[in-house]
Design a protein around this ligand. Structure first.
Ligand SMILES: CC(C)(COP(=O)(O)OP(=O)(O)OC[C@H]1O[C@@H](n2cnc3c(N)ncnc32)[C@H](O)[C@@H]1OP(=O)(O)O)[C@@H](O)C(=O)NCCC(=O)NCCS
Length: 337
C-alpha cells in the first residue's frame, strides 16, 4: 500500500466489494483470424490498439448467460448463495432483448426471484455508473447485498464487414458483490457525468424508437456500432484523465498514493495517454486489453476480478478506476479496498 497524505478523508460513499467474478467465452479470435475476414493486419491492430486477441461468444450464448456465470462466481467468492442477493444490476449496451432487462433474464438463468433487478445503460462507463447506484442503494437501506455486473456480447453488435470497428471489441462479463462493510472502505472520492450532445459520435442507429428494425435497416447494416474513431479517441482521453484527476484532487491525496489504476480498456494508446496525463507510473496500471479487446461495460469489472485474483489489489489499497463510453458518459472513483 502506498502512503497517502495526511489530508486523506474517510469514504464519501461506503461499500465493500466482498467478491468478484468473471465469465469469458472459450473461443479466442486472434488478429490473424481477422486478417482472413477483413482487409487488416496483425501489425495495424497491434500498433493502433494494442489488441492481440479477443473472446467471442458462441451463437447460443446471450449476455445474460455471461452475466449469470460472473455473478455466480462473485457470490462464491463472497461466500454467499445467489439467493441471498437483494438486487441484481446489469450494465450493458448489448441487452438480451429490448425488454425486459438483461438483469431479469439473468435472474431466470440463475433460478432466483424476488429481489430487484434492472439494467444500466451507460456504455463502457456502465459498471462504474452501476457501482455508484449500488452505493446509493446501500446507503439508503434499500438493499444489503447487490450484484453489480457488466456484461456484453459485443460480437453481435459489430459489423463484421467494417474493419475500423470489428477489430476493437470482445465479449465477456464481470461482476462484484457489493455490501456496506464496516465504514472504512468504499469511494474516497468519485464523480460521474455525461454529454448527450455527443450521442451520434458512437451509437447503434437502428432497432430503437428512432429507427425501428426493417428489411432496409438490416440491409444498410444499421444494427451495429457506428463510430467516428478519431473523435471518440480525443474525448476518451480527455474525459477519462479529467475524471481521474478530479477524483485524486477531491480525495485529498497525491497521485503517489494510488496503488493501482484500472482504466476502461478500449485501446492501449488511450490507456497510455490517460496514464501519462494522470501522472502514474506504468507499473501501477492494470491492463488486459491485449487479451480481450474492448468488452465495453464488462471491461472494468473483469480487470478488477483479474487484478484481485493475481494479488494486485490488497485490503486497504487505493484503486483508481476511470471510464468513458457512448453517450458520451464518463466516471472515475478511488476505492479504498
Ligand atoms: C479506431 C482507431 C483505432 C483508429 O485509429 P486511427 O489512428 O485513428 O486511424 P484512422 O481512423 O485515422 O485510420 C487510418 C487509416 O487506417 C485505416 N484503417 C481503419 N481500420 C483499419 C484496420 N482494422 N486495418 C487496417 N487499416 C485500417 C483507415 O481506413 C485509414 O485509412 P486511410 O488513411 O486510407 O483513410 C482509433 O481511432 C481509436 O481507437 N478510436 C477510439 C475507438 C474506441 O475506443 N471506441 C470505443 C469507445 S468505448
Amino acid at each position: 500500500m502506498n502512503v497517502a497524505s495526511e489530508s486523506e478523508r474517510e469514504p464519501t460513499l461506503r461499500f465493500k466489494i466482498t467478491g468478484t467474478g468473471a465469465a469469458l467465452p472459450e473461443r479466442v479470435m486472434t488478429n490473424a483470424d481477422l486478417e482472413r475476414m477483413v482487409e487488416t493486419s496483425d501489425q495495424w491492430i497491434r500498433d493502433r490498439t494494442g489488441i492481440r486477441e479477443r473472446r467471442i461468444a458462441d451463437e447460443k450464448t446471450a449476455t445474460s448467460d455471461l452475466a449469470a456465470e460472473a455473478i455466480s462466481e462473485a457470490c462464491a467468492a463472497a461466500g454467499i448463495d445467489v439467493e441471498e442477493l437483494d438486487a441484481v444490476i446489469v450494465a450493458t449496451s448489448t441487452p438480451d432483448t429490448v425488454f425486459p432487462s438483461t438483469a431479469c433474464w439473468t435472474q431466470r438463468k440463475l433460478g432466483i426471484r424476488g429481489m430487484a433487478a434492472f439494467d444500466v445503460s451507460a456504455g463502457c462507463t456502465g459498471w462504474l455508473y452501476a457501482l455508484e447506484i449500488a452505493g446509493g442503494l446501500l446507503a439508503a437501506g434499500s438493499a444489503k447485498r447487490i450484484a453489480v455486473c457488466g456484461a456484453e456480447v459485443m460480437s453481435r453488435s459489430v459489423d463484421w464487414h467494417d474493419r475500423s470497428t470489428c477489430v476493437l471489441f470482445g465479449d465477456g462479463a464481470g461482476a462484484a458483490v457489493v455490501e456496506l462493510g464496516d465504514g472504512t472502505t468504499g469511494y474516497l472520492a468519485r464523480n460521474w457525468g455525461a454529454d448527450g450532445n455527443l450521442a451520434p459520435v458512437l451509437y447503434q442507429p437502428a432497432g430503437g424508437s428512432q429507427l425501428q428494425a426493417s428489411a432496409d435497416t438490416v440491409a444498410r447494416r444499421l444494427h451495429s456500432v457506428h463510430m467516428e474513431g478519431n473523435a471518440v479517441f480525443r474525448h476518451a482521453v480527455r474525459s477519462m484523465s479529467g475524471a481521474a484527476q478530479q477524483a485524486v484532487a477531491d480525495a485529498g491525496i497525491g497521485v503517489d498514493a494510488i496503488d493501482l489504476l484500472i482504466p476502461h480498456q478500449a485501446n492501449a494508446r488511450i490507456i497510455e495517454a490517460t496514464r501519462e496525463r494522470v501522472g502514474i507510473d506504468r507499473d501501477r496500471v492494470y491492463s488486459i486489453v491485449d487479451r480481450y479487446g474492448n468488452m465495453s461495460a464488462a471491461t472494468v469489472p473483469i480487470a478488477v476480478d483479474h487484478a484481485r485474483r493475481e494479488g494486485r489489489i490488497h485490503d486497504g489499497d487505493r484503486v483508481l478506476m476511470t471510464a468513458f463510453g457512448t453517450g458520451f458518459t464518463w466516471a472515475a472513483g478511488i476505492v479504498r479496498w
